[in-house]
Structure formats: structure tokens, C-alpha cells
Design a protein around this ligand. Structure first.
Ligand code: ADP
Length: 488
């Protein structure tokens, strides 16, 4: 264990140690209190029972001691009756001490106890007329409890009765309870530590695995995902992480694809320009007609390159600023009218009829005017480009009061799009016609509908198309409607 990890222990060690600390502390306090109470109680019971014996015996002895004097030894019968009285307690020893401090009767070794008894606290207290008690040890180190009470004869304290009982053998019950408590406390402590260990594991494990996944992700393993495990909060964290990772990975994939597509698309006109210039260098310049054709083709490629770069810049600008777009309430009928006006000359030139269908309830939408015009212009441009002479193009505004979106459709009677292409027309650089169309039409950048889709997403609107090959197409956009307050 390093010094650093000692001073900054991990979550796992922290939790386990806290449980251990709290466990030891509470078990220690509880066990101490319980053991203390049990021992005290045991001793108190021992005291009471010995006192009971002492008082009963001293009452019993009072009459027999009346006639006692040093000269007249005690009746043998007394020893017999005391022994009988104490027969149920063979561990209780007794000593009767006479008025002169002489041992009258004892079940202990008189020569040994002699001095010891006369100096004892309990004897002195009993001599003074009270009840004395004390703890002491035998010469074998065993602990004893002593009680001494006076024996009154003629209302005077003449003699003293002293009882003793070994503590240990009388406390076995209490001691075994204490052992039980100690074992219980030990088990409790093990349990607490085990719970601490388990909860530390359930908390620390998902964090460690999530950290590991995040580290792998930051090293570039973009497909690293977290396992949703452990407590609810960690499951949610793992899900949130996975969502973030998913989005980042998608964005990275998109970006990579975009850069690859963009460089490929830009390279095509550049190669064409290069080839044209090579041809001019290798002699085409000498023939003015051929040279003019090569120059015109070069010019077209440069225009295409220019369109592509402009569209690319626009696309990234719109994507980049999608959170800062200024939205206002716009009348969709009005927008459609302006579009018709804007495109009428071009339609005429292309030999197309341009129609307009307005909604009877002027729908107000939340939009950015420039960007919406750009979308509509792109749809109009595509419709006109893809509809042969003699056909028609239609702008229609559709709205029902109470709906939360309003719709604008650009319909044409043009060549239509087959289903396999229709699925892809909103992708960047996707073109139905892979080569430059012949007669006069220039090839688009393939970005127009991608830009339109990005704008509609930024508007929280939507865009789509239905089409039938050879019949025509309908491109539609939907925008959030603004509910206008009634003026009445
Ligand atoms: P571009 O800028 O090259 O026109 P778009 O993204 O606008 O690219 O369009 C993608 C493809 O969808 C183009 O190849 C185009 O031919 C086709 N397309 C778009 N609108 C129509 C339409 N109204 N009818 C037929 N084809 C269409």
C-alpha cells in the first residue's frame, strides 16, 4: 500500500473501515455495559443470600449464646444445628467469635484465620453493632465474600458471626452469560464488518468498472460501454454514460464519413480541372475552338467547386449555430406567395406552369425567414430542374386550426424518384444522377436537401418526400405553428 493510497483510501477501504470502527465502538460499549450489569447483579444476589444466612443464623444463635462464657464451652448441639442449617450450602464457611476475640466455633482452619479475622473490616463493623462485609482473597488466591453480623445477648453485642463464600463458584451463571455476550459481540462485529464489506463492494465495484470504461473511451476505444449494475443511481449513471458515448461515437463516425465524402467530392472537379489544363498544355491551345471548349468546361468545374464549398460552409455554419437561430412568427401563406413570385420567371423559362394553393386560415409558424426561404428555394430549384417542359410545379400551404404544425408542400409533375433513391436523397452528397446531366444542366453539390434537413431539425420541424417514378414528387416541410391570440 502506497503512502498516497494510505492517506487517500479508496471508497472500498473507507466504507469497510468506517463499518469496522463503528462496529467495534458500539459492540465494545454495549458489551461493557451488559457485562458490568450482569456481574453487579450476580454479586448483589450473592451478597443478599449470604446476608440472609447471616441474619437468620445470628438470630438462631442468640439464645444459645446467652449462657456462653469462656469457661463454659458451647453446647455441641449448636454446631450440629448450624451445620444442618447450612447443609444445602457446603461452600459457606462460618466462624463464631466470642467477646474476647476468641474463636468459638469455625469451619475454617482456626490457626490460619485467627489474626486475619480479628483485623478484618467486617468484624470491626459487626463489633460496632452493624453489619459488615468485604471481599478478600484466600492464600490460594481465590476470591471470597465475607459477611459479619453481631450476635446480641442481653441486648449487647458480645459475639460476632462471620460467614464466607467463594465468589467464583457462585458466579458461574453470570460468567457463562458474560461469555455468551462476548461470543455474541464477536459475531455481531463479524456481521457488521461483513455488511460493510458487501456494501462497500456493491458501491465501489460499479464505480471502478465505470471509471475503467471511461478511461478506455478517453483512450479512443469509442465502442467501450458501461455495464448498468449496482444501486439504481449507478445504473442511471451507466445509462447516461452509454448515451453520451453513443452520441459521441455517432458524431465521430458522421464526421469521419463527412470528411471522407467531402474530400472525395472536392477531388472530382479538381481532377477534371487538372485534366482540362493538361489537355490545353498538350496542344489544345493551338486550336482556338477546342481551347474554348476546354476553358468553358474548366469554368463549369470551378463553378461547381465554388458551389460545393459554399454549400459545405453553409451546412457547417447552420449545424454550428443551430442553438442561436432567431425565430419569429411568420405567415406561411405569405412565404408561399413570395416564393411563387420569386420563381415565376424561372418556371416560365423552363416551360412549366407554376401554381399556388393557399390555406384559408393564414397559419403562423415559428421560423427563421432566411433559412425557411432557403429550404423552399432548394425544393423549388429541384422541382423545376427535374420536371420536363410542359409540366407543372405547385406550392401548397396546408393547415387546420388547432393543429400544432403547419405544412408547405412543393409538388411537381416531374420525373419522380425511385424508392431506392428516395430513401437517401436527404443524405449529404447523395445524387440520383451520378454523372453530369447532359443538356445544359449543371450537376448539383448533392448538399441541397441535406442543408434543408439540417435547417428543419434546427426548427424542430420535419421534412420528407413522396414520389412516384415518372409521375412526380411531393417534398413537404412541417413547422411548429404559433397559436395567435384572438384579437377580439
Ligand atoms: P442537389 O443540390 O445536387 O440538387 P439535393 O440534395 O438537393 O442535391 O438533391 C438530392 C438528389 O435528389 C438529387 O440528385 C436530385 O436529382 C434528387 N431530387 C431532388 N428533388 C427532386 C425532385 N423534385 N424530383 C426528382 N429528383 C429530385
Amino acid at each position: 500500500m502506497g503512502l498516497k493510497s494510505f492517506f487517500h483510501p479508496g471508497l472500498f477501504r473507507r466504507i469497510t473501515l468506517s463499518y469496522l470502527f463503528v462496529g467495534i465502538l458500539s459492540v465494545l460499549v454495549m458489551a461493557t455495559l451488559a457485562i458490568n450489569a450482569i456481574l453487579q447483579n450476580g454479586l448483589r444476589e450473592l451478597e443478599h443470600s449470604l446476608e440472609d444466612y447471616a441474619f437468620t443464623l445470628s438470630n438462631l444463635l442468640e439464645d444459645s449464646m446467652v449462657n456462653y462464657s469462656a469457661e463454659q464451652p458451647l453446647d455441641e448441639q449448636i454446631a450440629v444445628s448450624v451445620d444442618r442449617y447450612l447443609s444445602s450450602r457446603p461452600d459457606v464457611t462460618y466462624t463464631i467469635i466470642g467477646p474476647q476475640g476468641e474463636i468459638i466455633l469455625t469451619t475454617e482452619d482456626a490457626s490460619l484465620v485467627d489474626q486475619f479475622i480479628l483485623q478484618s473490616v467486617e468484624y470491626q463493623q459487626a463489633l460496632n453493632g452493624g453489619e459488615g462485609e468485604s471481599f478478600g482473597r484466600s492464600d490460594r488466591g481465590e476470591q471470597y465474600f465475607f459477611v459479619a453480623v453481631p450476635i446480641y445477648t442481653h441486648g449487647q453485642t458480645n459475639s460476632v458471626l462471620r460467614l464466607s463464600i467463594p465468589v467464583k463458584s457462585n458466579m458461574t451463571q453470570a460468567y457463562s452469560t458474560v461469555w455468551l455476550i462476548l461470543i455474541g459481540a464477536g459475531l455481531l462485529l463479524v456481521g457488521v464488518v461483513l455488511i460493510g464489506w458487501v456494501s462497500a463492494k456493491t458501491l465501489a465495484a460499479p464505480i471502478s468498472s465505470l471509471t475503467e470504461v471511461a478511461e478506455r473511451f478517453s483512450r479512443g476505444e469509442l465502442d467501450a460501454r458501461a455495464e448498468p449494475e449496482g444501486p439504481l443511481e449507478f445504473v442511471r449513471l451507466a445509462h447516461a454514460f452509454n448515451q453520451m458515448a453513443e452520441r459521441l461515437q455517432n458524431n465521430m463516425d458522421n464526421l469521419r464519413g463527412f470528411v471522407m465524402n467531402a474530400s472525395h467530392e472536392l477531388r472530382t472537379p479538381l481532377t477534371a480541372i487538372r485534366l482540362n489544363l493538361d489537355a490545353l498544355q498538350q496542344g489544345a491551345l493551338d486550336e482556338p475552338e477546342v481551347a474554348a471548349r476546354f476553358l468553358m468546361k474548366t469554368q463549369e468545374e470551378i463553378d461547381r467547386l465554388n458551389r460545393m464549398v459554399t454549400d459545405l460552409l453553409d451546412l457547417s455554419r447552420i449545424e454550428f449555430n443551430r442553438d442561436n437561430i432567431l425565430f419569429v412568427a411568420l405567415d406561411l401563406n405569405q412565404i408561399a406567395k413570395e416564393a411563387r413570385q420569386f420563381w415565376s420567371a424561372r418556371s416560365q423559362q423552363a416551360g412549366l406552369e407554376l401554381r399556388l394553393i393557399l390555406s384559408e386560415h393564414s397559419p403562423m409558424v415559428r421560423a427563421n425567414e432566411d433559412q425557411i426561404n432557403r429550404v423552399i428555394n432548394n425544393l423549388m430549384d429541384n422541382a423545376i430542374k427535374n420536371t420536363p417542359e410542359g409540366g407543372w410545379v405547385e406550392i401548397a400551404v396546408l393547415y387546420h386550426p388547432g393543429l400544432n404544425t403547419a405544412r408547405l408542400e412543393v409538388r411537381d409533375s416531374g420525373r419522380g424518384i425511385s424508392p431506392e433513391h428516395l430513401d437517401h436523397v436527404f443524405e449529404r452528397f447523395y445524387r440520383v444522377e451520378k454523372t453530369t446531366p447532359r443538356y445544359g444542366k449543371t450537376m448539383g453539390s448533392g448538399l441541397g436537401l441535406a442543408i434543408a434537413r439540417t435547417i428543419m431539425e434546427a426548427h424542430e420541424g420535419s421534412i420528407g418526400a413522396v414520389s412516384q417514378l415518372g409521375q412526380g414528387s411531393i417534398f413537404w416541410i412541417e413547422l411548429p405553428a404559433v397559436v395567435m391570440k384572438s384579437s377580439h
